[in-house]
Design a protein around this ligand. Structure first.
Ligand code: PMV
Length: 314
């Protein structure tokens, strides 16, 4: 038996497209910041009496084809024929709107690698986590990390940029909407790739990766925020210009963004980023985060997050 814990991460430069669906190879590299509040604990037990893999999520029997896909890969790598019992708990305070496949597959990668005797160095874990969910490759690391695009399973892995984070960056989740049924990220990516602006977004993203690494090394929160916001807006513009246009933004998404811009123009560092859903995350600093949170609390539940750790045994 082995149990692991991993935290969610927010993409500052987004992963938004696949070059290979089976291996979850991305069309571009991405950069994430692992956060400290939301995590998943996952335990893997190998027993001889199971006739198939069994997955228990938050106390309930569940099914997830991506877990089976990762386990089949692990068994193929190790020659093992054992089935696994996977017990997973999401620690997501007060809401379901934040459940994350990133923390789940990062924790699962460590617990499964340990149980089946695969290497547990971080690049190897990031490859395995990637097979379940691309963004999970970054949650293997604490602080800032980059997931290199690569061109095959071996070359597409994540690495640390900075951990621990020795400056006061903060990320505030503004939970305006916990229920909206969203388009799953894989489907969203596939549709976005039909946008006539897609290749332009990819070349922008390549430049932004370099700028973002420099901004992180310079501990420049304003630059980090400005680049992240531009990258996120570009991603969502792709969705709106796709063959079959769609939009993750909902009623209050723009209202929150406009307030963030007002704060920025009033001299407060506050920048927006949004993933495959309607909720806005604000990039800010330790000095301003309470003020920003107070300004935005009328929109919904607020969660202030600091940089968090990489995947560990628990
Ligand atoms: O890892 P997935 O398949 O859930 O996709 C994540 C997509 C975004 O969250 C929108 C961007 C990212 O890089 O995390």
């Amino acid at each position: 038996m082995t149990q692991a814990r991993a935290y969610t991460n927010i993409a500052l430069i987004k992963y938004w497209g696949k070059s290979d669906i089976t291996w979850n190879l991305p069309t571009s590299s991405s950069i994430g910041l692992t956060l400290d509040q939301l995590y998943t604990d996952t335990r893997v037990d190998l027993t001889d009496d199971l006739k198939q893999d069994q997955f228990i999520l938050d106390g309930q029997l569940a099914s997830n084809p991506r877990i089976i896909k990762v386990l089949d890969f692990v068994r193929q790598q190790t020659g093992s024929h054992k089935y696994a019992k996977i017990t997973s708990e999401n620690h997501v305070p007060n809401s379901a709107g934040l459940a994350s496949s990133a923390s789940a597959f990062a924790a699962f990668a460590l617990a499964a690698s340990d149980s089946y005797g695969l290497p547990t160095d971080r690049p190897s874990l990031s490859r395995l986590a990637r097979l379940g969910s691309g963004s999970a490759s970054r949650s293997v690391y604490g602080g800032f990390s980059i997931w290199y695009q690569g061109y095959d399973h071996q070359s597409s892995f994540a690495q640390s940029i900075l951990d621990p984070v020795d400056f006061g960056i903060r990320v505030i989740d503004v939970l305006t909407d916990k229920k909206t049924k969203k388009i799953p990220s894989s489907q969203g990516m596939q549709r976005a790739q039909s946008s006539p602006d897609y290749s332009n977004w990819l070349s922008q993203s390549k430049m932004q990766i370099r700028e973002m690494i420099a901004a992180i090394k310079n501990k420049d929160i304003e630059k980090i925020g400005l680049i992240a916001e531009r990258n996120a807006m570009g991603m969502h513009a792709l969705n709106r210009s796709a063959d079959k246009p769609f939009d993750y933004f909902a009623g209050e998404t723009w209202a929150v963004i406009n307030d963030i811009h007002r704060l920025y123009h009033a001299g407060i560092p506050a920048f927006a980023t949004i993933d495959a859903g309607p909720n806005v995350k604000v990039i800010t600093d330790s000095r301003s985060c309470q003020k920003v949170a107070d300004q935005l609390k009328n929109f919904g539940e607020i969660l202030i997050q600091k940089p968090g750790p990489g995947v560990v045994h628990v």
